[in-house]
Design a protein around this ligand. Structure first.
Ligand code: PMP
Length: 300
């Protein structure tokens, strides 16, 4: 089997095919969803695949682990070495992503409170990454809305993703790319993306805090807006403002920035991807090219 179908994965110090990787059923990740994860884009360069914004992803992993009191099994240098090994073990064409997953570890018996003397389970895998096509970007995507029923620690990148899974399924069943969630009449985020609106040329994002996951693209979009001369404000966004927006877009590692042109069946603004989206998408590609040039310079 090719590496794409059966990647070489890391599990607790061992490397081997995904199809052969096994965890004990008393792993706290399996039993309680007791763990956190990260998804880092790896862009294809002439010198091999290069991670994008890895420093920020590792900082978020450290924060997520700290918030659920799992000892970080590696320092940043250790994670970087592991990711480089994963890239080397799964050489291939095209863009990819590296998935990092840490659970509290394997317990001796099932019980909710943390067991003493437990060693975290660490799992790393590389998967291919396909971005939305140029046609779908030119057209924009459909989104639907739903009430956000998740817990109030959405800032932790938890592997307990049931709320997000149900929202992603809601989108799939409604022929939409994403479900945009609202809590008490205020915009929170997508099932696996942050959400941005544009009104009169100004960009707005829902406040960072426990009700959303701060995407690595959150600060990036802020930087890109600054570079493109677009005013940005981080503040509560009401349902009425969402429905009345000139533009809506989502951001995530796998979508970069993506325009939403239909919301709950109604056109967003004029129903076309907007000028602010176009400017941010271009700025995103430039930021990527800059970081990848630095990577290639280091590789020389
Ligand atoms: N919110 C949620 C709930 C997500 O799952 C994601 C994707 N990981 C994001 C936001 C966007 O985060 P990032 O920009 O780091 O991909």
């Amino acid at each position: 089997m090719s590496h794409e179908l059966d990647p070489i994965v890391y599990l607790n110090g061992e490397w081997g095919p995904l199809s052969e990787a096994r965890i004990p059923v008393l792993d706290r990740g399996f039993i309680f969803g007791d763990g956190v994860y990260e998804v880092v884009p790896l862009y294809a360069t002439p010198d091999g695949r290069a991670p994008f914004r890895l420093t920020q992803h590792l900082a978020r992993l450290t924060r997520s682990l700290g918030k659920i009191r799992i000892h970080n099994p590696f320092d940043d240098a250790g994670w970087r070495a592991l990711i480089n090994q994963a890239i080397d073990a799964n050489k291939g064409e095209g863009d990819a992503l590296v998935y990092l997953h840490v659970t509290r570890g394997v317990a001796k018996r099932r019980g909710h409170a943390f067991p003493a003397d437990i060693t975290p389970t660490v799992f790393v895998m590389v998967n291919p990454l396909t971005f939305p096509s140029a046609e779908s970007r030119a057209q924009g995507a459909r989104a639907v809305t739903a009430e956000d029923k998740r817990w109030l620690h959405c800032d932790i990148k938890s592997i307990s993703l049931l709320g997000n899974v149900l929202m992603a399924q809601h989108a799939a069943e409604n022929d939409a790319l994403e479900t945009i969630q609202l809590r008490d009449g205020l915009l929170t985020e997508g099932s696996s993306s942050n959400v941005w609106i544009v009104k009169s040329g100004k960009l707005f994002g829902a406040p960072r805090g426990p009700r959303i996951l701060e995407g690595i693209r959150y600060a990036l979009v802020e930087e890109l807006a600054l570079e493109a001369g677009i005013a940005f404000e981080e503040r509560e966004i009401t349902e009425a403002e969402l429905r009345d927006a000139d533009e809506i877009m989502i951001s995530s590692a796998t979508k970069e920035v993506m325009p939403i042109t239909v919301l709950d069946g109604a056109p967003v603004g004029d129903g076309q991807p907007g000028a602010v989206y176009a400017a941010l998408y271009d700025a995103y590609q430039r930021a990527k090219a800059r970081e990848l040039r630095q990577f290639s310079a280091r590789a020389e």
